[in-house]
Design a binder for this molecule. Sequence first.
Ligand SMILES: O=c1ccn([C@H]2C[C@H](O)[C@@H](COP(=O)(O)OP(=O)(O)OP(=O)(O)O)O2)c(=O)[nH]1
Ligand SMILES: [Mg+2]
Length: 162
Amino acid sequence: MVEILVQRLDDEVPLPSYAHPGDAGADLTTTVDVRLEPGERAMVPTGIAISLPAGYVALVHPRSGLAARFGLSIVNSPGTVDAGYRGEIKVMLVNLDPRSPVELRRGDRIAQLVIQQVEHARFVAVERLPDSVRGDGGYGSTGGFLTVVPDPEPEPSPSPKE
Ligand SMILES: O=c1ccn([C@H]2C[C@H](O)[C@@H](COP(=O)(O)OP(=O)(O)OP(=O)(O)O)O2)c(=O)[nH]1
Ligand SMILES: [Mg+2]
């Protein structure tokens, strides 16, 4: 098990914690009260800074319960916390609900931190890439469109002649 050093920037903030053994994400809490109007976003402090070992990354993921119930998500999901970053971890929350504001209170669990190992690559410039079966097909090249196809937009009616 990898050990991650955590600095509390707020006296009362809990350490990131896994709700169940085997969970991938350790919950992060907000140190402030926040109210987000529909469509509004905010950079929300968690009160912690971490030191990851080299070769690791911490990814800031949304919590699905908050997404399903309130439309609360993360603008840059998943946020990337680099191994060398020593500042406060912040969460860029966004309220995607078109109608209802979202209210968060200090101490609420707002996001989850997923710790992963990452490869470091050496990027090598070439004139031509090796062939592959997929080639440059993408963006729906294999089909997989929705079963229900929306009606096409109606043609705008011509403006009445005067
Ligand atoms: O959700 C996030 C994303 C990033 N960070 C912190 C840690 C990360 O190491 C640093 C930079 O993030 P990123 O590389 O995604 O942002 P950038 O816009 O590329 O900034 P920089 O030029 O500082 O790398 O900001 C957070 O606290 N929360
Ligand atoms: Mg960056």
